[in-house]
Design a protein around this ligand. Structure first.
Ligand code: NAD
Length: 641
């Protein structure tokens, strides 16, 4: 007998898992077979509904079959696992976005990979034997297969609790947590499946009230109290300070699981919550962890202890539960060109007409990413620059006249104001002007006003992430403007970036950006002067990096963009300080922050000093045209006077 039965019965596309002796654990082949079936049925008029069920009464699906992952990972072959997860996540996303009803009947265990196929459909049916859980942290992974999306959307801090303790939900709790929709006694399921096959209409599914509220739901007060903190350490501390049975039992559960996985789970859920959450975002973040889990996480050790040697004594990293922030960043930072590519038609955008003004170091790769995602992009730059897949217009007016969205990526506020004055009258009514340049708050607000008067939406959304982020589609956008404008351009943020935060009214994005860059300028200077001091103290630079990057002096300047050549990740320092982010652009941003601080009567002595140092560096010390991290060679040459 095959592990899976796929067929059309009446009006239903039918998928039955048939590995009851292995608790219907999903193999790679089963995953690919389900995907092929639902792809075929998507536009097949004969199929009105997809019905998923499984043989045996112990499990719908207890998870993914991980033996092959372990065997390949142990040999140092991480590519197999990465491909497996990418293919599995694509299936999860397809079920989640499926245009026809998907009904699943979830008896017994539905865990991990089982959640990925059973809990993303439109009608998720549970009964008295149902037990649903995301137990990945027990084997050194994080809740994945899109489960993190449901955890992030679960009430209050329930997601943190379920994701870190791996607690099992009964039918009532699963409905409360958003993993299931309908409680129907299991004796009625066979007749309902027959009805679905005949009618193709899930209206026959009528949920009943579970006998009582679930044990997890009844502990929500305690869960919220203990899982409110920002990190795993916070959670552990409050639990350790509490003698209650709940606290002690929860601690016992947490002690079984990988601290790195639990800490990353909490961090992921905190990052995901907010308006911008989509299944694609959740899967992208999950994949950042899982694709690194064999090489850098606890996954191999977790499987060894749980499944291979069965000694149940995993030797986790950070076993005392204090996971440093640098370890979290290492697991969750963007994957760049290796990022998850779901290859869904729906992720190819909806073919917006976009006018792109300013195809420089940042604008060109951003425009190219939009074109690659299926949008119609017409660009203009007086310097004659172009971008892959982008049609070039002879003038700015030609580039914007048919656009739903016009994006500007320009050097400064004065240029933005003059470009906006020329282009706004030519834009279609109801279109959105999205400015991604870094400019002063007043210019952003003035352009917002003009756009509003012309019946346009305006969003100021400066970026962080540099040219690498622009090429890799991993920028962070800090957006100001109306909610309507923000929603209109959100699909574009998803193509060009990894995160977009709506900061408030027009100008708020620029406010966030200049505050961020004031911190960046000051930390880069502090990092460079500390390296120069370390040199003079005879401290090896690599040792300095090893210590600081995992101690309280860590920062993006040190960990992500190290100013010392040959140390840390590849950065402009390794390319003779050829700019990724030019010192003169940092000088501009520090000028903007001081201008804003002046206007707002804010005391910013560090920002003022950073401005003075970059001014001296750019104007008098050869810093013009160099990366802003070239402060290090500047300090190297200097003494105390
Ligand atoms: P850039 O100088 O490479 O690009 C700006 C482009 O605007 C140029 O190609 C220029 O020809 C074009 N331009 C100038 N006047 C124009 C006009 N009137 N009409 C149309 N186009 C015009 O600069 P960049 O590095 O791409 O930076 C763009 C913006 O992004 C700046 O505001 C910068 O502060 C910000 N930024 C840059 C980085 C980075 O790492 N480079 C990071 C974050 C934010």
């Amino acid at each position: 007998m095959s592990d899976i039965s796929i067929r059309i019965t009446g009006r239903a596309g039918r998928i039955t898992l048939q590995r009851p002796n292995a608790l219907n654990a999903m193999t790679y082949e089963m995953c690919l077979a389900i995907e092929a079936a639902i792809d075929q049925w998507r536009n097949d008029p004969a199929v009105a509904v997809v019905v998923l069920d499984a043989q045996g009464d112990r499990a719908f699906c207890s998870g993914g079959d991980i033996a092959d992952l372990y065997a390949t990972g142990l040999k140092g072959d991480y590519a197999y696992g990465q491909k497996f997860w990418a293919d599995e996540y694509r299936l999860n996303a397809k079920i989640f976005e499926y245009p026809k009803p998907v009904v699943s009947f979830l008896q017994g265990y539905t865990m991990g990979g089982g959640v990925g196929i059973g809990c993303h459909g439109s009608h998720r049916v549970v009964g008295d034997t149902s037990q649903i859980a995301m137990p990945e942290v027990g084997i050194g992974l994080v809740p994945d297969v899109g489960g993190s999306l449901m955890l992030a959307l679960a009430p209050d801090r329930l997601g943190e609790y379920l994701g870190t303790t791996a607690s099992r939900m009964n039918a009532s709790d699963a409905i409360f947590a958003g993993f299931a929709d309908l409680y129907i006694p299991e004796g009625k399921w066979p007749a309902l499946i027959e009805q679905l096959e005949v009618s193709g209409d899930p209206a026959c599914l009528v949920g009943e009230a579970p006998a009582e509220i679930g044990p997890i739901q009844s502990q929500m007060d305690a869960i919220n109290t203990h899982f409110y903190g920002v990190s795993l350490s916070d959670v552990l501390t409050t639990l350790q300070d509490d003698d209650s049975e709940f606290a002690q039992q929860t601690l016992k559960q947490l002690r079984r699981n990988s601290p790195l996985s639990m800490a990353c789970t909490i961090e992921m859920l905190h990052r995901m919550r907010g308006k911008n959450l989509t299944m694609a975002k959740a899967l992208d973040l999950e994949y950042r962890f899982t694709s690194r889990s064999m090489e850098h996480g606890d996954f191999i050790e977790g499987i060894r202890a749980a499944i291979i040697d069965k000694d149940r004594s995993p030797r986790w990293q950070f076993a005392d539960g204090s996971v440093p922030p640098a370890a979290l960043s290492k697991m969750l930072q963007p994957l760049g060109k290796n990022a998850l590519d779901l290859q869904l038609d729906t992720s190819k955008g909806n073919g917006m007409n976009i006018g792109f003004i300013g195809l420089g170091n940042m604008g060109a790769p951003m425009a190219a990413n939009l074109a690659a995602a299926g949008h119609n992009v017409t660009g203009f730059d007086p310097a004659g620059t172009t971008a892959a897949g982008v049609a070039v217009a002879p003038t700015g007016l030609d580039a914007v006249k048919d656009a739903n969205v016009v994006i500007t990526m320009l050097p400064n506020g004065a240029i933005l104001r003059s470009v906006a004055a020329e282009l706004i009258p030519a834009m279609k009514a109801g279109a959105t002007l999205l400015d991604c340049s870094t400019v002063d708050v007043d210019s952003a607000r003035a352009v917002a006003q003009d756009a509003g008067n012309a019946g346009l939406l305006f969003v100021d959304a400066p970026v962080s992430g540099g040219t690498g982020g622009a090429s890799g589609g991993t920028l962070t956008f800090m957006a100001g403007g109306s909610v309507a404008g923000f929603i209109a351009v959100s699909p574009l943020f998803e193509v060009m970036g990894q995160k977009a935060v709506h900061c408030g009214d027009a100008g708020s994005g620029q406010a966030a950006k200049i505050c961020n860059n004031m911190i960046l300028g000051a930390t880069m200077i502090a990092t460079c002067e500390a390296f120069a001091l370390a040199d003079k103290l005879g401290l090896d630079r690599q040792k300095m990096f090893d210590v600081v990057s995992t101690s309280s002096g860590y920062s993006w300047s040190m960990n992500g963009y190290c100013p010392a050549p040959g140390i840390g990740p590849t950065s402009p320092a390794d390319n003779d300080y050829t700019p990724g982010f030019a010192a003169e652009l940092m000088l501009k941003d520090l000028g903007l922050s001081q201008q804003a601080a002046e206007a707002a009567d804010a005391d910013t002595p560090m920002g003022a000093l950073a401005l003075a140092l970059y001014k001296q560096f750019v104007e008098d010390e050869g810093g013009l045209g160099k990366d802003f991290s070239a402060m290090l060679p500047r300090f190297e040459k200097r003494g105390r006077d």
